[in-house]
Design a protein. Structure first.
Length: 609
């Protein structure tokens, strides 16, 4: 199997291809391991620059581009409860009355000594020590502070975050007392257990949501959501939060984890805003900010740094609550589907059996990627097998899985299944990684190996003529076992959240199941494409029946989120011409892109039966 890595810039409309790199390796994009290159290795010390290294995988909630996500139906009331006429307050800066403003942090190396942590309040919801906290670790508010006294430590070599709440050094820092603590693996999307706090009220990590000077001034770009506080929160939490600290049950009050974004029409070119302030406002439009704690309304969190210009960032107070809107965000991790560049959008991508080559066009960077990975008889099975938020090239070959990991460029081959099985890889255990799974038509049995603990399950569910239609129908973040029965047009769904069965009648013999989330409510919708008429029938879980003409009888349906609005778009690949036809749900505009040849297998179709 070839291990050539080719990078090209590709114009899918014009068809022009320019070769820009030819390097050794077995992946066709920069692996996450490249974070360790000289340019992206964080410095050491208090408030050290991360030099662009971004915590957590690309599809982590903190890193989601929500600029096109739908507005929450109760947005106006939620904003009013926080304060429509109240301005943003930069809760970061230099010093106030001799005390440092903001939440400090320190970056240490992998050899930093681990010290014991004694938890004084929430030990049963804390990750046990020891933690690599240096004796001189800065404390929020200073050593004499009576406030939250957060201590944040980043291990740059093991790429982990250690956070403490209400922290006090003991014996010169030989150990620490803290109310609670949490450890975060920056290479993982793993959350706290449900109802658990962290070093923050919402059960979230603090550091990824801070305004940092190395991003604002050095990089001139913030590539993540920000953290902010509200005075009154609801006794509830939403993804990605795991804990509530509310004082009311009113649905007009924000729960922990609520996400808001700056409205797209807000003018950030106002002369009152410096270039640095515009960096923050740009991030608020693209990534928004998340309710993480109780405190003063619209206080936006950031780091302490003596080099901040407090007067410069006071201009943020001109941005009022009414300039924000609440975003309808997913209620669980969004697993990438044919997203090879990690931007949260489905990429134009194909597997070419004639040469065993994968081709993809990055939807954001426009980079053309090609990798020889497979043979003509392979069944494409792309997925995020290494949990880095990017789709990995993978094929199923007579019971053996061949996977090219995007995170580090490694290759793996694993025996799981037999010849004749249908690959149904998906995230069945909600750990943020695609699990190896097959449906065996000969006996109607599903075989799944959970990546979280390597446990194995076998479930008889379906008939030999059924088409597997795995998806998350109940919104719990786990893929559900499901089949579509062409002979009767009936669906059989086994919900992982409660073990209940559903059997909706939806479709006719000859229909192709095109299950996806078309209404952005976090639930997969039962849907079919009818080749005889080129019509899509979708039973949206929130908006009811939708019927749309889109495609020809010879087209291959390829639904996916091509425009990044968290809704699946109607899309088809036309084999005769290699043209993709996409109806973008974001703005109801039409796209036609030539990408592929007759005989190619479109990668997004691999997620369909």
């Amino acid at each position: 199997m070839s291990k050539l890595m080719i990078r090209r810039v590709f114009s899918s409309l014009a068809g022009s291809v320019i070769l820009i790199a030819l390097l050794a390796g077995n992946t066709f994009f920069t692996p996450r391991a490249a974070m360790q290159s000289a340019a992206l290795v964080p410095d050491l010390g208090i408030g050290a620059s991360l030099h662009g290294a971004r915590p957590f995988p690309a599809n982590n909630a903190w890193n989601l581009d929500v600029s096109r996500f739908p507005v929450h139906s109760n947005s106006a009331n939620l904003i009013a409860s926080i304060g429509a006429n109240t301005g943003l307050h930069p809760d970061f800066g230099t010093f106030w009355q001799g005390a440092p403003i903001g939440i400090p942090y320190v970056v240490v190396g992998g050899t930093q000594a681990m010290v014991p942590i004694n938890f004084t309040d929430y030990g049963d919801q804390s990750d046990p020590g020891p933690y690599p906290v240096p004796a001189n670790a800065p404390i929020e508010g200073g050593s004499a502070s009576t406030g939250d006294r957060h201590v944040l430590t980043i291990d740059r070599d093991n790429w982990k975050l250690y956070e403490l709440y209400y922290s006090f050094p003991q014996n010169g820092g030989a150990s620490w007392d803290a109310s609670s603590g949490a450890v975060w693996n920056f290479n993982s999307n793993k959350l706290r257990p449900a109802t658990w706090t962290s070093a923050d009220a919402a059960g979230l990590p603090i550091f990824p949501g801070l305004v940092r000077r190395d991003e604002v001034v050095e990089l001139q770009a913030i590539r993540h959501a920000l953290r902010f506080t509200v005075q009154t929160s609801r006794r509830a939490y939403v993804y990605p939060a795991t804990h509530q600290a509310g004082s009311t049950t009113s649905t007009n009050a924000p729960p922990m984890g609520l996400r808001v974004r700056l409205k797209s029409d807000f003018n950030i070119e106002n002369p009152a805003f410096s270039p640095n302030v515009r960096v923050i406002l740009t991030a608020l439009k693209k990534y928004g900010m998340i309710v993480a704690d109780n405190g003063s309304n619209w206080y936006i969190s950031g780091t302490h740094d003596p080099l901040w210009n407090d007067d410069e960032y006071s201009a943020l107070s001109q941005v009022k609550g009414s300039n924000f809107e609440v975003v309808q965000t997913p209620n669980h991790l969004l697993m990438p589907q044919s997203d090879f560049d990690g931007d949260g959008r489905t990429d134009l991508s194909v597997f070419r059996p004639s040469t065993g080559t994968w081709y993809a066009s990055g939807s954001t960077d426009g980079v053309f990627r090609a990798q020889a990975f497979g043979i003509s008889t392979d069944k494409p099975a792309p997925g995020d097998y290494d949990g880095d938020g990017l789709s990995d090239n993978a094929v199923f070959r007579d019971g053996v899985w061949h996977i090219s990991n995007s995170s580090n460029g490694s290759y793996r081959a694993e025996q799981f299944g037999v010849a004749g099985d249908v690959p149904v890889a998906a995230d069945f255990d909600a750990d943020g990684r695609t699990d190896l799974a097959v449906f065996r038509p000969s006996n109607g049995t599903w075989y799944v190996r959970n990546s979280a603990d390597n446990s194995f399950r076998a479930n008889q569910f379906g008939l030999s003529t059924d088409k597997p239609a795995v998806a998350d129908y109940d919104g719990d973040g786990k893929a559900d076992i499901a089949v579509f029965r062409p002979s009767t047009g009936q669906w059989w769904i086994w919900q992982s959240s409660n073990g209940a069965y559903r059997s909706p009648q939806f479709g006719l013999s000859g229909d192709i199941p095109v299950v996806a989330d078309y209404d952005a409510d976090g639930l997969a919708d039962v849907a079919v494409f009818r080749p005889s008429t080129g019509v899509w029938y979708i039973m949206q879980s929130t908006d009811g029946l939708r019927i749309a003409q889109w495609g020809l009888s010879t087209d291959r349906p390829t639904p996916g989120d091509y425009d990044g609005d968290n809704r699946a778009d109607l899309a088809v690949f036309r084999p005769a011409t290699g043209v993709w036809y996409i109806m973008q749900s974001w703005n109801n505009t039409f796209r036609a892109n030539q990408f592929g040849l007759n005989g190619d297998s479109p990668a997004p179709a691999a997620y369909l039966p």
